[in-house]
Design a protein around this ligand. Sequence first.
Ligand code: GLP
Length: 242
Amino acid sequence: MEVVIVPDAEAGGELIAEAMAQLLGRRPDALLGVATGSTPLPVYQALAARVRSGAVDTSRARIAQLDEYVGLPAEHPESYRSVLRREVLEPLGVPMAAFMGPDGTAEDIPGACEAYDRALAEAGGVDLQLLGIGTDGHIGFNEPCSSLASRTRIKTLTEQTRIDNARFFDGDIDQVPQHVITQGIGTILEARHLVLLATGEGKAEAVAATVEGPIAAVCPASALQLHPHATVVVDEAAASEL
Ligand code: GLP
């Protein structure tokens, strides 16, 4: 695992956007796995700036979703599909036809989870998966004690994650769905390159457990230690417990 400490979130965004730009230069139809949350926004902004300046061509790029709420209509502004359309696809000029994600509104949720894992494999696998990290060490929505070999499946959110995400739902935890579909940890580990970005002091403990703790389900992000090509990009505040 490579750990890169950058001065601030903006520098982290630039660094990862550059890695994505270089990947798209080598492989224009690369499948980029993207995450939601506030942390990755500087990455998307820095990559969009490169697209606008003509430095990156995203006309053949493909985008894959990491996780999704169960039961929110796809057009709900806080469904992760809507969030990614707004924050990633539109700014990068990538059409919805080049986007893949799990169906959180399916009647058969286990079937939708299996279908998504299959679709990722049939698409040739994720080339670069960008990850954030929850304050409890979760990646995607793999909460603590998720199996490190898990596949895409339905999960129940912890109270802490629902509290953390209430800010996207008018601060009202009751509006935050209880269930989600998430790529499993085993699924995530199949991406060719994992890049985790963590910024701010609130993530310092989770980062320390990820990088220096034992590989343990209690800190799902520690599974990155098992991956042959994992990069953890942290600002100085998130690195403060290392
Ligand atoms: C949610 C997402 C994760 C994300 C996490 C942290 O739980 N499912 O993918 O990493 O939030 O979000 P933030 O970056 O806003 O702290």
